[in-house]
Design a protein around this ligand. Structure first.
Ligand SMILES: NC(=O)c1ccc[n+]([C@@H]2O[C@H](COP(=O)([O-])OP(=O)(O)OC[C@H]3O[C@@H](n4cnc5c(N)ncnc54)[C@H](O)[C@@H]3O)[C@@H](O)[C@H]2O)c1
Length: 417
């Protein structure tokens, strides 16, 4: 596949959302051939020697038998925004890998009907609302794509069983900046408790009235953190620092975390029901899976305190949104802060201000004064964006070195994913 002439990746397929463009090829100086750099010294000797080899295959298993000389690795990056172009271009330029990377940027999202845009690409790079279904993966495979690069942590939209069947490694960026997400959850909490969006809009109209702006202290409140992986522990630590009592639930509790937080505040693991029943604020930090879909529904909401604040920065599908709207109307839920929404793929990341809002749940949510919605922006910090680009390029190197399978960032062949 690599010895054949490459197209630009811009097929005749028309994009309704705009144009496609490409960078490069850019020579990645990531590995100066014989002299390991600081970065290269962190990878295994096998990988370094694999990088030195000029014979590279998209299928690690046949790498030794391939006669083609690789000079460039082509990525079709879907759902490309100006900030993706900026951050990826910067990292490609700063990188020092041996194989040149060319990125074709496509504004449209990946779907079975846009997969053809990846013709000529070795890999696709996709984001949270791209369609990684079996139909998309098969369409990608048919045009020669051999790898999926997720520029995010969540992988709920990729059919991993199909990827495995097609022998397409799927690599993600599991930890680009947990602080960005955990801090955003806390930003939503504080925006709601201190009614910042309401106050901001008032002052811009020279309305300096305080009526209706009374909030509450989070100090000494009980905060439930559901999921204490990378992002949940950041939120737990910050809330402990605020002087809140933090109740944590995770099927795999981290006792060292509990001990560390307890050394400067009040934090402990408790059963999920206790988190639901005792918390004034509940923040979700859980991946979306069949087991966690609608984990917040009428049944779990019924167990919560009346007037509870619910925060979700993880995935929209964790909430049964219709049940949440009902609970907002009945005032069972007192505050809602969400960065993700169940049906967000239709709307988020796009300017829909000139359209009729066709989604009744989203339209309803926007009308509540005690609801703050951000459009999946928790990851949007300088640190996180550059880390996403850097780790994505490292994932390419891992793949080229024949080490994708078994790597912690790889999902399709990783039985624990
Ligand atoms: N809004 C954003 O911009 C953004 C950015 C990054 C990640 N995310 C989402 O946030 C999620 C969490 O991210 P993370 O980095 O903390 O993930 P992580 O994998 O580090 O941690 C997830 C934790 O959830 C726990 N868990 C699994 N099932 C659970 C359940 N039923 N109840 C309670 N806990 C459960 C796991 O044991 C794990 O400790 C990701 O899966 C992703 O979907 C959103």
């Amino acid at each position: 596949m690599f010895s054949r002439p490459r197209t630009t990746g811009r097929s005749n397929l028309k994009s309704s959302a705009g144009t496609s463009a490409h960078t490069g090829p850019l020579t990645l100086p990531h590995v100066k051939p014989a002299v390991p750099t600081r970065q290269s010294s962190t990878v295994s000797p096998t990988l370094v020697s694999a990088r030195k080899a000029t014979i590279v295959s998209p299928r690690p298993a046949v790498a030794e038998n391939t006669q083609a000389v690789r000079t460039s690795f082509r990525i079709a990056l879907f759902s490309a925004k100006p900030y993706d172009r900026r951050n990826f271009s910067r990292e490609v330029s700063a990188s020092t890998a041996q194989v040149g990377v060319t990125i074709d940027y496509h504004d449209v999202s990946l779907s079975p009907s846009t997969a053809q845009l990846a013709t000529g690409a070795d890999a696709v790079c996709i984001f949270v609302n791209d369609d990684g279904s079996a139909a998309s993966l098969r369409a990608l495979h048919a045009v020669g794509v051999r790898m999926v690069l997720l520029r995010c942590a969540g992988f709920d939209r990729v059919d991993l069983a199909c990827a495995r069947e097609l022998e397409m490694p799927v690599m993600r960026v599991p930890r680009y900046s947990p602080a960005a997400i955990g801090e955003h959850a806390v930003a939503l909490i504080m925006a709601l408790t201190r009614r910042i969006p309401l106050a901001y809009n008032r002052v811009r109209q020279f309305n300096f009235s305080l009526e209706g702006l009374q909030g509450f202290d989070v100090c000494r409140k009980t905060v439930g953190i559901v999921g204490t992986g990378a992002t949940g522990r950041v939120a737990a630590q910050i809330m402990t620092g605020f002087g809140s009592e933090v109740l944590m639930y995770d099927p795999f509790p981290d006792n060292a975390l509990a001990a560390r937080l307890s050394s400067f505040g009040r934090a402990s693991y408790v059963p999920l029901n206790e988190v639901l029943e005792r918390s004034d604020i509940i923040s979700l930090h859980v991946p979306l899976s069949p087991a966690t879909k609608h984990m917040i529904d009428a049944g779990t909401i019924a167990k919560m305190k009346t007037g509870v604040m619910l925060i979700n920065t993880s995935r929209g599908g964790l909430l049964d949104t219709a049940a949440v709207v009902e609970a907002l109307v009945s005032r069972k839920i007192g505050y809602l802060g969400i960065d993700v929404y169940e049906n967000e793929s239709e709307y988020f990341f796009e300017d829909r201000s000139q359209d009729m809002m066709a989604d009744p749940l989203l339209a309803r949510l926007v009308t509540f004064p005690n609801v703050v919605i951000t459009a999946h922006q928790a990851f949007m910090t300088d640190e996180a964006m550059l880390s996403i680009a850097r780790v994505t390029l490292e994932n390419v190197e891992t793949f080229l070195g024949g080490h994708a399978q078994g790597h912690a960032n790889e999902l399709a062949f990783n039985k624990s994913a």
